[in-house]
Design a protein around this ligand. Structure first.
Ligand SMILES: [Zn+2]
Ligand SMILES: [Zn+2]
Length: 444
């Protein structure tokens, strides 16, 4: 289709979409005039009519895309192109992944939802709304068996909502009501709270690189989650004895992190390609950077680029692996052995620090990372006198904030709180495990 044909096609579409103009009021034909010379627009009514037509045109285009993707999937085109789904056909055309999956989902569900699809085809509904209704019907259908008539009724109920979020809220209400109705008729329905088939977890990385999740769990799995998190959520007082400043949600998030790390540090779990899956840090080799190559960025296997500070934290901890790569991303060295604290040194650190060494903390040894006091990357050795045990919370604090740790003459860790370099240095604090009453520098 060349440009002239495309113009005719668009004009025909606009003719279809806008009500027949009165002879003196040629709103339709003014769309292009408006776009070409916006300053001549003085008439609110005309501009609003054009806006409405353009929105409707967008809806119709979304309908065409959804249908075309579904047709491509039925014809097996993605498989022949070695793609997993129609959505991948769209992403290859530059559509953002979320929009691509939405279009494919709407296209697939279209034939089961004729009334909804008719409105979408007329451009009266936006694809977000159509998708919300489709998901709502699927949600109800997952809980109770729906006949064609019942499904049509659910669609009608959802279609009178005004926003996609209103639709999903209504769908939850309908699902609960339908389940209650069926069970009161004596039909065998798994109570919603017990139904593991409804469980869902979404996990995605946002634009800032943070990872967000939502959970929808049956009561038993939820109970297990509570039971696992509860002992890890307890407040930990600050070094001066004042209460833990973390909010409940923050403590829960920290506890969840601990749960995952404890799981990753165990060995009785499924392997991937013959090895236990673990956090992997991919670091550009310094040699490549020194040679004046474009400076590489530290990366994590799943979540991508990370700051240097966090990369230092990862490479400090004994349970995570680092892979050094050259400027083309080819591995140079799997660099584990010398950097990591071997079990006998960890054991000695456990005996000395008896848990997280941070003043006032004392979380158990099994929760702790072994931190290099002098970073391994700048020549610090892997020995008892260069190691300190920290829980993840305090390990992060040591790397990310102004706290400093050193090994005192008593061969125990001592801490310097963050301070303004222009002011006097604050008193140094003993490690959690060091409870003698003597003070530096005469401590035994
Ligand atoms: Zn560290
Ligand atoms: Zn700690």
């Amino acid at each position: 289709m060349d440009a002239a044909h495309f113009d005719i096609f668009i004009n025909a579409l606009i003719d279809e979409l806008t009500p027949s103009p009165a002879p003196e009021d040629d709103v339709v034909r003014t769309l292009f005039h408006l776009l070409d010379s916006p300053r001549r627009v003085v008439d609110d009514g005309r501009l609003l009519a054009v806006l409405a037509a353009a929105v409707r045109l967008g809806n119709v285009c979304d309908y065409v895309i959804a249908q075309a993707v579904a047709a491509a999937e039925r014809a097996g085109i993605p498989t022949r192109k070695r793609l997993r789904s129609g959505a991948q056909l769209l992403t290859a055309l530059g559509v953002a992944p979320a929009a691509a999956y939405q279009a494919a989902r709407v296209g697939r569900a279209a034939y089961t939802l004729p009334a909804l699809t008719r409105q979408h085809r007329l451009g009266a509904l936006g694809i977000e709304f159509v998708d919300a209704v489709g998901k709502g019907v699927a949600r109800v259908g997952a809980r109770v068996e729906l006949s064609d008539g019942e499904r049509a009724q659910v669609v009608r109920t959802l279609m009178i909502q005004t926003t996609p979020s209103g639709v999903s809220k209504k769908a939850r209400e309908v699902a609960i009501a339908q389940t209650a109705a069926q069970s009161s008729q004596g039909e065998e329905v798994v109570p919603v709270a017990d139904n593991a088939d409804l469980n869902e977890m979404t996990l995605y990385q946002n634009d800032e690189g943070r990872v967000a999740a939502t959970l929808d769990l049956d009561a038993l799995t939820g109970e297990e989650l509570f039971a696992a998190l509860d002992p890890l959520c307890r407040p930990v007082p600050l070094p001066d004895g004042s209460p833990d400043p973390r909010s409940t949600d923050k403590r829960r998030a920290d506890a969840f992190g601990q749960l995952v790390r404890t799981y990753l540090s165990g060995s009785g779990r499924p392997t991937s390609g013959g090895v236990l899956p673990h956090v992997t840090l991919i670091r550009p080799a310094t040699a490549a950077m020194e040679a004046g190559e474009e400076q590489g960025v530290d990366m994590l296997g799943f979540t991508g680029p990370i700051s240097t500070v966090t990369a230092e934290l990862v490479s400090c901890d004994s349970t995570m692996g680092t892979v050094l790569v050259d400027q083309d991303g080819a591995p140079l060295d799997v660099g584990r052995s010398e950097r990591l604290f071997p079990p006998h040194i960890r054991k000695a650190l456990g005996i000395r620090d008896r848990g997280c060494a941070f003043p006032g903390c004392g979380r158990p040894v099994s929760w702790c990372d072994a931190h290099h006091i002098n970073p391994w990357g700048t020549g610090g050795s892997t020995c008892v006198d260069n190691g300190v045990l920290f829980c993840r919370c305090h390990h992060t604090m040591i790397h990310h904030s102004g706290w400093q740790v050193y090994l005192g003459p008593d061969r125990h860790p001592w801490f310097i709180p963050p301070y303004d370099r222009t002011g006097p240095e604050p008193p140094h604090l003993r490690s959690h495990a060091r409870r003698t009453l003597t003070s530096m520098p005469t401590a035994a």
